[in-house]
Design a protein. Structure first.
Length: 376
């Protein structure tokens, strides 16, 4: 709890006695506790002890969302106070009361500070079943003076007016690559969308304009390398690492910088990944495999109109690699499809999706053909 500076009549609280001519207390609101969200909004709690017999003028941050301000006096909501903006500043005005000291608590939302997760992942051929994974929080402070403040990072957005859409989305390839069953459900969406909170250890001190980096996790995580060809949308096999979050903290959605054998190979989005579940990181494409999809359609007037068109699809994978590759091939069919015939049996999955698990021998070509009927 902070004690404000007394001005105007230079009030002195000597021996716990407030002079009868006490006039005014001026104070600048600064956080004691801070919850920082991803979208440049933070929750502030400021506690202070002031003399009761003086009018109090509290300077609030210029970025404050004024209608979120809550004022408590001795643990109870204060029934009346005023905000003055006439001088270009935002002042909270509290009238004097018949009390020696008052314990005031301010709570409000303000802009000017935000955070984001920063990830890097290193992998190599020597240990394909594990990756070295680091999770840092980047806290960018544009406006608040922080001194030994208790800070919590909230992995989510808060809207002062309406729900804010997600900043990032899982790519189609990451979604269709699939996930191991964990039984973990996502949190509900709303005007406040919080995936997880990360309390920072120790008090945080930072000045406006400073950016703080603090590590939330660092170490090895189990991973499996998946080669996926999305035949409908891609002309290259994608390399996706399915990283098991074996750490003690969930991984907030963000961007992962990937390094293969010490070389930077690109950046990709990782979805929110609870402890024990898998996250997806795309690290590039397979350069030594050529793929091609060909589809022909033939209209048959003699067939029923619901399925009057024959679709013939050929999927070709040609390897120039020196080793055999395990590849998952995914394709999509029309909503009205029926009468399937396959050269190689496929698995049917939700979303009109077909999936093949195949071995592509080194230096050879594998061809998958299938047909179905659908409405034209």
């Amino acid at each position: 709890m902070k004690t404000p500076v007394l001005v105007t009549l230079a009030l002195l609280l000597l021996f716990g006695v407030l002079p009868a001519f006490a006039d005014q207390v001026n104070y600048v609101s600064q956080p004691d506790e801070l919850v920082v969200f991803l979208n440049d909004v933070a929750y502030v709690r400021d506690t202070l002890r002031i003399p009761g017999g003086a009018e109090t003028r509290i300077l609030l941050p210029p970025q404050i969302f004024q209608d979120t301000l809550l004022v408590q006096d001795g643990g109870e909501r204060l029934g009346q106070y005023r905000i003055n903006r006439s001088g270009g500043e935002i002042l909270l005005l509290l009238e004097a009361v018949d009390a020696e000291l008052r314990d005031i608590t301010l709570e409000y939302l303000t802009a000017g500070i935000r955070w984001k997760p920063v990830y890097d992942m290193a992998f190599g051929e020597a240990d394909p079943a594990n990756v070295t994974f680091n999770f840092f929080a980047e806290v960018r402070n544009d406006s608040l003076a922080l001194e030994d403040v208790t800070v919590t990072l909230a992995a989510g957005n808060v809207s002062t007016s309406q729900q804010i859409d997600s900043l990032s989305t899982v790519t189609m390839n990451q979604y269709i690559a699939g996930y191991q069953e964990t039984g973990t459900a996502a949190l509900a969406q709303g005007a406040v969308t919080i995936q997880y909170i990360y309390p920072l250890t120790g008090g945080v001190t930072a000045q406006p304009g400073e950016t703080l980096y603090t590590q939330l996790f660092g170490g090895n995580l189990p991973a499996r390398r998946l080669l996926l060809w999305n035949a409908r949308d891609e002309r290259q096999i994608t390399v996706i690492y399915k990283v098991e979050n074996a750490s003690a903290v969930p991984l907030a959605e963000g961007i992962v910088r990937s390094y293969q054998d010490g070389l930077f190979v690109g950046s990709d989005f990782i979805e929110f990944t609870p402890v024990g579940s898998e996250g997806s990181v795309t690290v590039g494409g397979v350069q030594d495999v050529r793929v091609n999809r060909v589809e022909t359609t033939t209209y048959h007037s003699e067939w029923l109109f619901e399925q009057d068109t024959l679709h013939e699809i050929t999927l070709t994978l040609t390897s120039f690699s020196q080793e055999d590759l395990e590849v998952e091939v995914v394709d999509f069919y029309a909503m009205t499809a029926g009468g399937f015939e396959f050269s190689s049996e496929a698995g049917f999955e939700p979303g009109n999706q077909l999936r093949w698990h195949l071995t592509l021998p080194a230096g050879e070509t594998v061809e998958i053909t299938y047909t179905y009927r659908a409405e034209s």
